[in-house]
Design a protein around this ligand. Structure first.
Ligand SMILES: *[C@@H]1O[C@H](CO)[C@@H](O)[C@H](O)[C@H]1NC(C)=O
Ligand SMILES: *[C@@H]1O[C@H](CO)[C@@H](O)[C@H](O)[C@H]1NC(C)=O
Length: 148
């Protein structure tokens, strides 16, 4: 009996330690929820043409799972044509950021919105191994372009 007591105590201590560790890891996960989609845009004036700009959009995910994403531009100027209307549909996976480029003319001040939809489409990701988040599947960033 005597020799069993310290053993039991040690057992409780270990159990408490395990519980605490468990609580801490689940708390850490709550504090920093993983973002399904992170977007960033960069706009440069083109060297070749006066009114032309180069737009670069970077998209990445913090999720472990792959997703099929459709990325496109919208503007409050309805007459936008050419590359501005390009849409990119691709497989986005963990830790591999993707870059997309558009070149177009800006003839008046405009708002630009970059939209990314996470869509349930087959044949894009390898083995069709892709997810669509339940909570939100549309993400956007925007900027305003002025004429210089
Ligand atoms: C903008 O210019 C910088 C510096 O020249 C370059 O590194 C970057 O790739 C350019 N971005 C775009 C969208 O062309
Ligand atoms: C588009 O938005 C820009 C910036 O807010 C504004 O200056 C411009 O007048 C708008 N153009 C149209 C056609 O609504």
């Amino acid at each position: 009996m005597r020799s069993l007591q310290p053993l039991l105590k040690a057992g409780v201590a270990i159990l408490l330690l395990v519980l605490c560790l468990h609580l801490e890891t689940s708390k850490a996960q709550e504090d920093t929820p993983k973002k399904p989609l992170i977007m960033h845009m960069e706009i440069n004036k083109s060297k070749d043409a006066d009114n032309e700009v180069e737009l670069k959009v970077t998209v990445k995910t913090e999720l472990k799972e792959c997703m099929v994403v459709n990325t496109y531009l919208r503007s409050n100027v309805s007459s936008m044509q050419g590359q501005f209307t390009y849409e990119y549909t691709y497989c986005l996976c963990d830790d591999v950021s993707r870059n997309f480029f558009w070149e177009f003319e800006v003839n008046e001040p405009m708002k630009i919105v970059v939209v990314s939809d996470i869509i349930p489409r087959g044949g894009i990701c390898p083995d069709d191994d892709a997810v669509v988040p339940i909570k939100a599947n549309r993400y956007y960033i925007y900027d305003t372009l002025q004429l210089q």
